[in-house]
Write a protein that binds this ligand. Sequence first.
Ligand code: ADP
Ligand code: GLC
Length: 484
Amino acid sequence: MKSLNVLSVTSEIFPLIKTGGLADVAGALPLALEAEGVAVRSLVPGYRPVMAALKKAEEVAKFDDLFGAPAKILAAKVGALNLFVLDSPSFYMREGGPYAGADGKDFGDNALRFAALAKVGALIGQGLVPAFVPQVVHAHDWQAGLTAAYLHYSGGPRPGSVITVHNLAFQGQFSAATFGALGLPPQAFSIEGVEYYGGVGFLKAGLQLSDRITTVSPTYAQEIQTTHAGMGLDGLLRTRASDLTGILNGIDTHVWNPETDPLIAAHYSTKSFAGRAVNKKALQERFGLDHNENAFLVGVVSRLSWQKGLDLLLGCLPILEACDAQLALLASGDPGLEAAFKEASQTHPGRVGVYFGYEEKLAHLVQAGADAILVPSRFEPCGLTQLCALRYGAAPIVARVGGLADTIIDANEMALQAGCGTGLQFSPATSEALSGALRRGADLFRQKKLWKKLQTNGMKTDVSWTHPAKHYAEIFRALAHPAP
Ligand code: ADP
Ligand code: GLC
C-alpha cells in the first residue's frame, strides 16, 4: 500500500483545544489513519493553549499580510500529533475560547479568522510547504469550509478535497459585506460558489465545492437531506447525494479504557466488574447523591443546548423518584437550563446531583460510575458520549436520531432473546417517551442478569477508529491528485 499525504484543516484538536466532539475526532482520526498508510498533518490555529504546547517548532512559511496581519506557519509535533500551526497572534492569541470571548460573545472577526485558516489550508494543499505536499485536503465543519473555495478558485492544480460535517447547525454565515475581504474572485459570489441566502456561507461553500462530503453517521447523512433536518442546506445536499457518505465516529480507546484509565476510582473489565461499584460510590459522593448501590444511577455528560434535549429531562424528575433512580449531570451551556437543573438538585437532594462546567476528568468518572448514560438529543450527527458509555459498561439511553440510532442496539424483547442489546432507544424526543425509556431502564437494571449482559455487550462493541479509518482512507485514495 503506497503512502498518502492528507492535510486535515480543523479549528479544534484534542488534547490541545476542545469545545466538543470535533476536537476528539480531529485528534484521534490521524493516528488511526497512520495504520492505513495515510500520513496526516493537521493545520490548526495558534490559539494560546496550542502555542503553549509547542516545545520545538520550525517555521516553514511566513506571510507579511494574511488578511491584514502578519503570520507564520510552524511545523511541530505535540505528543503523537503532527501539526502545522497558523501563528497569527492578532487573530488567535486571545482570552476566551476558540470562537468566543470570555463574555460568551462570538468574536466579531470570525469570518477573517477562519478564512485565514482555510486560505492557508489551500496554500499548503497546493505545495506551499515542500516537505509535506498533500494529495488530499480534509476540512472539518464551517471553520474550514472555505478551504475548498480557495482551492477551486485558485485555478491551478489542486489536491482532492473532502469536507466533513460534524454539525449542520453551525454554518458560518456572514453578511455579503464580508465577501470583499475574503480575497475570492467576484464570480465566487454566486449560487455555485460561496453565496448563501444573500450573504456568505462558509459551510455552504465547502458543501458546494468539495469533491466529496462526509458526515459522521449514515442516519445523519440521510436526515440532512430532508427539509425537516436539513437546516436550509438539504436542497444542496440532495444535489450532492452521490458524493455524500456517512461514516460513524470512533473514540480513542486508549484514552477511554476502563482497564487502565488513570482518571477513575478503580479499574474494571468484562471479566471483573468489582471496580464499577467503587466508581459508582465515588460518583455518588462527588455529586452529593445518597450512597445507595441499588439506586439506578443515570449520568449525563453534555453541552446544554436545544440540540441535546436535556430540557426534556426536567419534565421527568417525578419518574426518577418513582423508579428509585438518581441523576448525576455534568454539563455546561445554556444559563436557563443550568439554573433549572440547579433548582432540581435543591428540590431533590441526594437524588439529583449537578456539576456545571467542562471537566474532562469528571467525565471519565461519570462514565465509569453511572449505570446508564442518557443522551436525549433532538438531533445528533454522531455523538461520542454514548460510545464512551458502551466502552465503560454504562448502558446508553438514547433518542433514536442520527448517530445515536446507528450506534446503540435497543434491548427490545427480540434483541434480548438474541442476546445482542446494548442500550435503550426512544422516540420521539419528548419528555413522555424519555420517561418511558427511564422506566424501562430501571426495570431492566433490576434484572441483574439481563443488565450485566447489556453492559457486557456494550463493552465488547468495537467503538475504536479502526473501521471508520479504513473508510476514510478509501475515500482519500479514490480522490488523490496527483495519484500517489
Ligand atoms: P458535541 O460535540 O455535540 O458536544 P459529542 O458527544 O460528539 O457532542 O462530543 C462531546 C465531547 O465532549 C465528548 O468527548 C464528551 O465527553 C465531552 N463533554 C461534553 N460535555 C462535557 C462536560 N461538561 N465536561 C467534560 N466533557 C464534556
Ligand atoms: C458534533 C456533533 C456530534 C459529533 C461531533 C464529532 O459536535 O454534535 O454529534 O459526535 O461533532 O463528529
